[in-house]
Design a protein around this ligand. Structure first.
Ligand code: HPA
Length: 235
């Protein structure tokens, strides 16, 4: 048990999917897991464990942003000994090549968060994904003929910026494909605890064109990401 999680040691599987939204965690458990069992409901930040194709798997909501995510992920790694973390989330596309409904596999996650500053000073750490997971997710995308981009994410601390397109322009010119709010701390903590991590993000909106998908499409995009995440994590 922890201050944020009532699960007992052993309640989580080695593989944990990480959506931001608790109701997405519930939806994933109810629609993909065999024998889903609720293991955490503290603050309604729901966590479930079950099996997928007979393999033990869990899902834990992280909430939005790196401070919230870092709490759940640190505890999953430090207390519950998780070994493979796959974020399934949405992102905002930063170039016109990255279209809404496409998937982005985050090779790296730049950030404006100060969360890592003291830890790595005088260096600027570059949080990065696990290569095996990237390869397995990419193979899944190829087999399903999905529009999938592999490149940088930026994990931003701010959703409502005054001029988002302008804020991310320089990053976009340096290989950053999409903005979300959690991957950088997931990657950092996974490396700290010797675990594997990958962020898989559907592009829900484009910061250049203003195009966005509606809530029902967010659900069907989640379906594809969950299949990709479970397939890659269980290779
Ligand atoms: N900013 C941050 N996170 C996001 C966005 C965004 O524009 N779209 C989807 N997740």
């Amino acid at each position: 048990m922890t201050p944020h999680n009532e699960a007992k040691e052993g309640d989580y599987a080695d593989i944990v999917l990480l959506p931001g939204d608790p109701l997405r965690a519930k939806w994933i458990a109810e629609n993909f897991f065999e024998h889903p069992k609720l293991v955490n409901s503290v603050r309604n930040c729901l966590g479930y464990t079950g099996t997928w194709q007979g393999i033990p798997v869990s899902v834990q909501a992280t909430g939005m942003g790196q401070p919230s995510t870092a709490i759940y992920v640190h505890e999953l790694l430090n207390v519950y000994k998780a070994k493979t973390l796959v974020r399934v989330g949405t992102s905002g596309g930063l170039t016109t090549d990255v279209k809404v409904r496409d998937i982005v596999l985050g090779l790296s996650a730049s950030t404006d968060s100060a969360i890592n500053n003291d830890t790595f000073a005088p260096y600027t750490y570059a949080p990065f994904a696990n290569f095996e997971l990237v390869k397995a997710a990419d193979a899944f995308a190829t087999s399903q003929m999905l529009e999938c981009h592999i490149g940088g994410l930026v994990s931003s601390d701010t959703f409502y910026l005054d001029d988002p397109a302008k804020s991310y322009e320089t990053l976009a010119r340096h290989g950053v494909l999409a903005v979300e709010m959690e991957a950088a701390t997931i990657y950092t903590l996974a490396h700290r605890f010797g675990a594997r991590a990958l962020a898989i993000c559907t592009v829900s909106d484009c910061l250049i064109t203003g195009e966005e998908i509606d809530p029902s499409e967010r659900e069907s995009s989640l379906d594809t990401m969950v299949e990709m995440a479970l397939t890659a994590a269980t290779q």
